[in-house]
Design a protein around this ligand. Structure first.
Ligand code: SF4
Ligand code: SF4
Length: 391
């Protein structure tokens, strides 16, 4: 079967195995077919030697978290993420992965009204204890959301789909921090309802291209687009590759992770008393391995908390992986156990995570996660709050 993989990309792998310790599915299974090297070998067998795509082959591809932890570890610079995305696109086009129910489940993400109705129903069901644990929802989803109001046109704040429905408080904190640094902020809201990241992971790249083109048509040119979800930011920075036009590449070039942007403007943030917290930084894979801007989180956050502490697992994935924790709950749970153990070793007060999926996946087992923007916002708000008048 032709997987439509670039032969040069496929042949770049020299099978050295240096990526294996950085692969979460290999770490928990010890199975070569659950490793980057094993997956690349299967891609070669299928594409070059017409080896049939058996259930075992599909299992190998479907269990990849697409964390891309294997990429920075690879001395040959194998573009594993793009190989896996193209493999999934070919298999989805042939209806071999991503069944109809999954495709239908993605549809509300493109329609904010529909998503809001679904989220409210889920919030009600959650309060009636009718939501299965495998969905990994830790806290009560909001029944109501405050409006996001534009404060200017310096930058866009991308608000997206599920995150806007479930974690709008993170957007509000991010907007306040940007405003404290002097930027007027336009929340994208209905202008750009979904980035298409989850669809691309599932092999539905045509849906992602359609959403990307719509966003490129709608948002004003030249204005920076800031993103407070690592997974969405990584997807939007990849539009240039996905669509393959100069226009898409130019769009991607003005996408910034919010921490990345603020690290370049850190002198504009107010200087305030830091929060008395020991904070562990959890690097979302799409910030560390894909965007490779994870150090910005430390730079921006450090002045606002008593102490930052590093985990000792070299950025190993937490197992959230977009919809992975729902589709592969057993493996996702095993992978998470390693992350939780590394967090427990440093005994933090809070864990700063810049990705909603990681944050919810870890919070579901009691990890005290918070977005870096929420910590900075809290420090600034506490410093500027007027003292209580006891007279
Ligand atoms: S992907 Fe890179 S690190 Fe992994 S086996 Fe191939 S060449 Fe080695
Ligand atoms: S993307 Fe992540 S899970 Fe997939 S092979 Fe690479 S390291 Fe393993």
């Amino acid at each position: 079967m032709d997987l439509h993989l670039d032969p040069d990309d496929l042949n770049t792998c020299v099978q050295c195995g240096l990526c294996l310790p950085h692969c979460p599915t290999f770490r928990v299974t010890g199975d070569e077919t659950m490793s980057p090297r094993g997956r690349i070998q299967l891609m070669r067998e299928v594409q070059n030697n017409d080896v049939p795509v058996t259930d075992e082959v599909l299992r190998s591809f479907e269990t990849c978290v697409q964390c891309r932890g294997c990429e920075p570890a690879c001395p040959s610079s194998v573009p594993f993420g793009h190989l896996m995305e193209q493999t999934r696109e070919t298999l989805a086009d042939a209806n071999m992965i991503t069944p109809t129910w999954q495709r239908l489940a993605f549809k509300p993400l493109e329609h904010p009204g529909l998503l809001q109705i679904g989220s409210k129903a889920l919030a009600v069901a959650q309060r009636a204890k009718l939501v299965p644990k495998r969905l990994g929802l830790s806290e009560a989803l909001p029944l109501r959301r405050d409006q996001l109001v534009s404060s200017g046109t310096d930058v866009y704040l991308f608000t997206g789909c599920v995150m806007d429905a479930w974690q709008r408080d993170v957007h509000q904190a991010g907007q306040r921090v940007l405003e404290a640094a002097g930027f007027g902020v336009t929340p994208t809201g209905d202008l750009a309802p979904c980035c298409g990241a989850l669809q691309a992971h599932a092999g539905l790249a045509d849906d992602t291209r359609r959403l990307a083109k719509s966003m490129m048509d709608t948002l004003e040119p030249d204005r920076p687009i800031l993103v407070d979800s690592a997974g969405c930011g990584a997807a939007m920075k990849d539009y240039g590759h996905l669509i393959g036009t100069a226009e898409a590449a130019a769009f991607s070039a003005r996408v910034f992770d919010i921490q990345e942007w603020l690290a370049d403007h850190v002198q504009s943030l107010p200087q305030v008393e830091p929060l008395d917290l020991l904070v562990a930084v959890q690097d979302p894979c799409h910030l560390r391995h894909v965007q490779r801007v994870h150090l910005a989180t430390r730079e921006v956050l450090a002045p606002f908390v008593r102490e930052l502490v590093e985990l000792d697992d070299e950025g190993l994935c937490c197992g959230a992986g977009g919809a992975y924790s729902v589709l592969e709950p057993e493996l996702a749970g095993q992978i998470r156990e390693r992350k939780v153990a590394s967090i427990a070793r440093v005994r933090p007060d809070s864990v700063a995570s810049a990705n909603p999926g990681c944050s919810m996946h870890l919070a579901a087992v009691g990890v005290p996660t918070v977005h870096p923007m929420q910590l900075i916002d809290r420090a600034i708000t506490e410093a500027t709050r007027p003292p209580l008048d006891h007279e």
